[in-house]
Design a protein around this ligand. Structure first.
Ligand SMILES: Nc1ncnc2c1ncn2[C@@H]1O[C@H](COP(=O)(O)OP(=O)(O)OP(=O)(O)O)[C@@H](O)[C@H]1O
Length: 232
């Protein structure tokens, strides 16, 4: 379970998050929505420890992890799929997955077969350089790499970016199964409303570094609400 409590964060003197509260229970799927530049990526980076927390706290399964560096948060059980995927293009699919094993606690030496079962294309292409995969395949690799360490919380930053709609649907459904099968808490940052509607149980809208509205998934069908917070 992830709990973000009144977190303030930003870049040097530029304050971006102004006291954000987020809670994601084990097995729960929460989507963060908001216009460009509102602080969604900053929130993800702060939770995973790539940006320091100015004030407030981050809890993982009840333990306060606010002062832990990013690699210790990975050990503690946070998986992260960054915007842009962050793969090593010259390394093979399997080598990229192996990098994810370094974040596992207890340390595991093998990539579990079920990663390949969730994303069969990774099995087919395990010896291929990551940079030669399609965008959708790379995204599956980025998710697979975050999963090999068996996180209890998975945070994904716009995984649908640049991917064709039918593949977005397939990946979204795979993530839903993962959350259910492993009772994993999933926080998905998303601009793609169709993907958000398909995935979410609960949604948070962020504006200027603050959560301005929370709702259950059915409310995403309310076009007036969506237009108010997303301008679409
Ligand atoms: N490295 C940085 N240094 C200074 N300011 C930054 C930096 N990265 C982002 N910002 C600023 O922080 C604010 C929030 O950016 P952030 O990337 O968190 O927004 P976002 O909601 O994820 O946007 P998008 O949907 O476009 O990805 C923006 O005003 C942005 O210009």
């Amino acid at each position: 379970m992830l709990r973000v409590d009144r977190v303030v964060s930003g870049y040097n003197r530029v304050r971006v998050l102004n006291g954000v509260d987020v809670c994601v229970q084990a097995g729960e799927r929460v989507v963060v929505l908001g216009r460009n530049g509102m602080g969604k990526t900053t929130l993800a980076k702060t939770i995973v420890g790539l940006l320091p927390t100015g004030s407030g706290s981050v809890y993982l399964d009840g333990a306060n992890i606010t002062s832990l560096p990013a690699y210790r948060r990975t050990w503690a059980g946070i998986g992260y799929v960054p915007q842009g995927r962050g793969l090593f293009p010259r390394l093979t699919v399997e080598e990229n997955l192996r990098i994810g094993l370094h974040g596992s606690r207890p340390k595991s030496k093998t990539i579990s077969d079920d990663i390949y079962d969730y994303f069969p294309v990774l099995r087919q292409r395990r010896n291929q350089a990551a940079g030669t995969l399609s965008g959708g395949e790379q995204q599956q690799l980025a998710i697979g790499r975050a999963l090999v360490g068996r996180p209890s919380v998975l945070i994904l930053d716009e995984p649908s970016e640049g991917i064709q709609p039918n593949l977005v649907t397939a990946i979204t459904d795979r993530l839903k199964s993962l959350a259910t099968d492993h009772r994993m808490a999933v926080l998905l940052i998303e601009q793609n409303l169709d993907a958000a509607r398909r995935f979410a149980q609960r949604c948070l809208f962020i504006e200027k570094g603050t959560v301005v509205h929370t709702c259950d998934a059915p409310e995403l069908a309310n076009t007036a609400l969506v237009s108010r917070f997303l301008g679409v």
